[in-house]
Ligand binder design. Structure first.
Ligand code: ADP
Length: 404
């Protein structure tokens, strides 16, 4: 971290420039408060100073000369301090009762945000001193700087808490949904195998529908769970790489993909180049992503259509593509397709359920592998979704050497 030393013995403009630079460099309380408090002490010839941040009416933290903060300050005395600050608009150079310290003068500069005192800059003097207008002006600028940093820090802390709560919520919901789904799936499968007595054709048909619904819901829950692992802004998540045979992985997906009852006439075929190396990939997340693409192709292609999954060696990369001859997507929708929760409202899609998370996950996973994901599509003709994984850096295993 760069050390900033701001001193008062320079012109006012230079001082302001340094303060702004300090804040812009890293707008965190830890980084900014100490140098600014030191500067305030310097400018005013105070003995010491500290900075209190309130999460009203509690004290959140103290920065600066910690040991000067009177240990016997209770929440009550803090409340009193906050109230007093609300009365005193700007600077109070009086001894501040009821605090018993050896200091004769206290200078308190409340930092306000929409009528609330969010923090206060405290300076301590051995004797009461009059401050020059210039010093007060610089102090006001310091307080403005402290306000920016304090508000930023509070917003960041709130955002982190809300993200944590959201992730926790998603984790609990998806976990609790899985248990009943597993039991529905188990009992419906028992019915399907005629273990509990032979079913007639109509009953078989309905059981198939239950199983297809359960499978869809399970994949939805998995997607929600995965999305909970992501940072919603950046799509970032913790990678877990293992040596992965992409061809094998894609074959497993294609072979296991159960076509729903109403799509039995769809064909799903796979082709792969023979020189695809074993790569160091987040196999679980890639499997999830490719499964999403194949599932989508099935969902958005009418019965009788054709889906093709290809694994190709293309220059310095491997490209996995899933093409279909289904409904296709208009150029205007293609732009937003990979955003979280983006779904296209179309008549043909009306009965297709989904969360709009699938493609967001696909793109995030590709980006995490330093690759990319994209779509080429024409309405009424079909779509090709592709994931590119570069044969470089962390994707390569050990000394496999530079790719062709
Ligand atoms: P979901 O399928 O859960 O709605 P996705 O993120 O996987 O969410 O897809 C977002 C939207 O993109 C879908 O709602 C659908 O309208 C469109 N889409 C995805 N794949 C295809 C495809 N192969 N053909 C046509 N539209 C598609």
């Amino acid at each position: 971290m760069t050390e900033f030393h701001i001193t008062a013995d320079q012109g006012e403009a230079a001082l302001m420039r340094d303060i702004l630079r300090l804040i812009a460099h890293e707008p965190t309380l830890e980084h900014v408060v100490s140098p600014l408090v030191e500067l305030a002490v310097d400018i005013t010839d105070a003995e010491a100073g500290f900075y209190l941040v309130f999460e009203s009416p509690r004290l959140l933290r103290v920065a600066g000369d910690h040991d000067l903060f009177p240990e016997d300050w209770s929440d009550e005395s803090l409340k009193e301090l906050v109230n007093k600050l609300e009365e005193e608009l700007y600077v109070s150079a009086n001894v501040f009762e009821p605090f018993n310290t050896r200091y004769q003068g206290w200078l308190l500069m409340p930092v306000r945000m929409r009528n609330n005192t969010i923090s206060v800059l405290c300076l301590l003097f051995e004797s009461t001193t009059a401050l020059s207008d210039e010093a007060i002006e610089i102090l006001s600028a310091l307080v403005d700087g402290l306000r920016i940093v304090t508000v930023t820090a509070r917003n960041m802390a709130r955002q982190e808490t809300s993200l944590r709560n959201q992730n926790e919520f998603v984790r609990i919901v998806s976990h609790d949904l899985r248990t009943p789904l597993t039991s529905i799936q188990g009992f419906a499968s028992m019915l399907e195998t005629d273990m509990m007595g032979e079913l007639n054709e109509k009953q078989h048909h309905f059981v198939d529908k239950i199983l297809a619904g359960v499978a869809q819901m399970t994949s939805l829950v998995d997607n929600i769970q995965d999305a909970g692992r992501f940072d919603p802004e950046t799509g970032f998540y913790e990678m877990e790489r293992i040596p992965t045979d992409l061809v094998e992985l894609v074959r497993r997906i294609v072979d296991s993909n159960l076509l729903p009852a109403e799509k039995q006439e769809l064909t799903v075929v796979m082709t792969a180049d023979d020189d695809i190396p074993i790569l160091n990939l987040d196999s679980v997340m890639l499997e999830r992503s490719i499964t999403n693409l194949v599932d989508n192709a099935i969902k958005y292609t009418p019965n009788g259509g054709k889906i093709e999954v290809k694994v190709r060696h293309a220059g310095g990369a491997v490209v996995i593509s899933v093409s279909d001859n289904g409904y296709g997507i208009s150029p205007e929708h293609q732009k937003n397709l990979f955003q979280r929760h983006y779904r296209i409202r179309r008549r043909e899609h009306r009965r297709v359920r989904g969360s709009g998370l699938g493609l967001f996950i696909v793109r995030s996973v590709a980006l995490q592998h330093q690759g990319d994901a994209w779509v080429e599509s024409e309405e009424g003709k079909g779509s090709i979704f592709s994931i590119l994984l570069p044969l470089s850096d962390d994707n390569i295993i050990g000394d496999q050497g530079a790719p062709v």
